[in-house]
Design a protein around this ligand. Structure first.
Ligand code: PLP
Length: 398
């Protein structure tokens, strides 16, 4: 019999009742250190007092009005994002996939507005993940997500990750844009080297292409800068964000330069829920914390400490862990055993993580994580690795 919730997810057999900072408390009372953060969403942990108060206050005032009217809190959030990024304008929506849909449509419309409607194709990279709508599964190009859902949406050309020649060869008269995650999240925390991002920017400029940065997972302080592309010193023309900006409240946004947004006039795009007062209040509250003096310094400091601890941990468990990768507090361990095995052992030891491609386990703590909590996490990871090693030697003895 089909489950009441459409069975499209393989869920772990645990449910949570409450969260406090980096902790999740299960319905059974067990406490877990949440190093998954709801897939890089709970950027400030659970029940952050400033977010809770903001949402409660807003809930008592106004929930939804639609985009038929002005939205002062949305304007304020857009202005703050603009003040802190390359962007001149922001479209608010409700998820990462929707932010990418806006980015894709905007890139096509840009060329159309310049009299080149034939330029609609977007180059993406193998291992990418851009969401689960029809267009974004075509952009991501992964067979497992495309299979059975009919003809792939046209207009996406995928090239191997890091293959500069293939990338140059893929640019044609119909190419509109290049779309890339500065660090592939779902793909296994593969970072694009800074000089490659600079090369991409130059290539886009040379061919009149727009550069779309998918920072849905890497954005909002996750890598120690507000946005990950800042590390490379270049800026995109369009950027999609989601996950961390709502701190757990569903929201997404597509940021763009004035030039890139040229075609997006009244009536060309929209969403009923996008930018609703609840989301805008929480988004502003997240920025209150992330933009505060010293916050990103804290992220960089703890990230460095975490990476050092993990490097030692990997050295100590060569049969389980192959290496450490990722940037900032978007870190992963590449496993020598199936990543699901290590993840399950970590959960048993009271630490939650998220799997990724390339046999990686992502460790994505809240940005507010403390040194003491990192130490506790390492103890739990040690316990998990020891359990996996015990299983390995038992299997070898049999
Ligand atoms: C999660 C993610 C998306 C999709 O976001 P949804 O909110 O699930 O639609 C898109 N791009 C990247 C890089 C992501 O990590």
């Amino acid at each position: 019999m089909i489950t009441p919730i459409l069975p499209t997810y393989a869920r772990a057999d645990v449910a949570f009742e409450r969260g406090e900072g980096p902790w999740l408390i299960a319905t059974t009372g067990e406490r877990y250190l949440d190093f998954g953060s709801g897939i890089a969403v709970n950027s400030l942990g659970h029940s952050h007092p400033h977010l809770v108060k903001t949402l409660q206050d807003q809930a008592a005032k106004l929930w939804h009005t639609s985009n038929l009217y002005q939205m002062p809190d949305g304007k304020r959030l857009a202005e703050r994002l603009i003040a802190n990024t390359f962007a001149d304008t922001v479209f608010f929506c409700n998820s990462g996939a929707e932010a990418n849909e806006a980015a894709i449509k905007m890139a096509r419309k840009y060329h159309s507005a310049h009299g080149h409607s034939e330029r609609f194709r977007i180059i993406t990279f193998e291992g990418a993940f851009h969401g689960r709508t029809l267009a974004t599964i075509a952009a991501g190009g992964q067979k497992k997500y495309l299979e059975g859902f009919g003809p792939k949406v046209d207009g996406f050309d995928q090239v191997p990750f890091g293959d500069h020649d293939a990338l140059k060869a893929a640019i044609g008269p119909e190419t509109a844009a290049i779309m890339i995650e500065p660090i592939q999240g779902e793909g296994g925390l593969r970072s694009v080297p800074h000089q490659c991002l600079r090369g991409l920017r130059a290539l886009c400029d040379e061919h009149g292409l727009l550069l779309i940065m998918d920072e849905v997972q890497t954005g909002v302080g996750r890598t120690g800068k507000l946005f990950a592309h800042e590390w490379s010193g270049i800026a995109p023309d369009i950027m999609s964000i989601a996950k961390g900006i709502g701190g757990g409240f569903p929201m997404g946004a597509c940021l763009a330069t004035e030039a890139a947004a040229v075609g997006m006039t009244a009536g060309t795009h929209g969403t009923t829920f996008g930018g609703n007062p609840l989301a805008m209040a929480v988004g502003n509250a997240v920025l209150d914390v992330v933009l505060a003096d010293g916050f990103l310094d804290h992220v960089n400091k703890t990230a460095l400490s975490f990476k050092q601890k993990l490097a030692a941990f990997a050295d100590g468990h060569p049969k389980v862990i192959e290496g450490v990768r990722g940037e900032g507090l978007l870190i992963g361990v590449k496993c020598r055993v199936p990543n699901t095995e290590f993840q399950a052992a970590a959960r048993k030891a009271g630490l939650l993580s998220v799997g990724a491609g390339d046999n990686v386990v992502r460790l994505i703590p809240p940005l507010t994580i403390t040194e003491a909590e990192l130490t506790e996490a390492m103890a739990r990871l040690e316990q998990a690795a020891a359990a996996v090693e015990a299983d390995l030697s038992r299997a070898a003895a049999e």
